[in-house]
Design a protein around this ligand. Structure first.
Ligand SMILES: [Zn+2]
Length: 99
């Protein structure tokens, strides 16, 4: 794990919904920023890969991307932490092994 992880808020650019000309005002977490998720992944929740910059309208309308825990873990390169996520990963792995 590298320790140069950037904390804090960068200047927000343009809304990242394609075709939207407005400026980004909200930070949307692709993998939801819930208490449970933050307890499992801490500041990784704020990794730039998990954060999408949206204008206020697109954020309120729910147009941001949504990631599952597995998608999030793959994107930021960490193992799945939650019990249910581990169970799913194990099931998939054992299916693949039974060839
Ligand atoms: Zn927008």
């Amino acid at each position: 794990m590298n320790s140069t992880f950037q904390k804090g808020f960068e200047k927000l650019g343009k809304c990242q919904i394609s075709g939207c000309p407005k400026k980004g005002e909200h930070r949307h977490h692709r993998f939801p920023n819930t208490k449970v998720n933050r307890a499992l992944y801490g500041s990784l929740m704020d990794d730039r890969r998990n954060v999408q910059t949206l204008c206020m309208d697109d954020h309120l309308n729910g147009y941001g991307e949504t990631w599952s825990e597995e998608e999030f873990c793959e994107a930021v390169g960490v193992p799945v932490q939650s019990k249910s996520g581990q169970m799913r990963a194990m099931r998939e792995a054992s299916c693949a092994d039974q060839a």
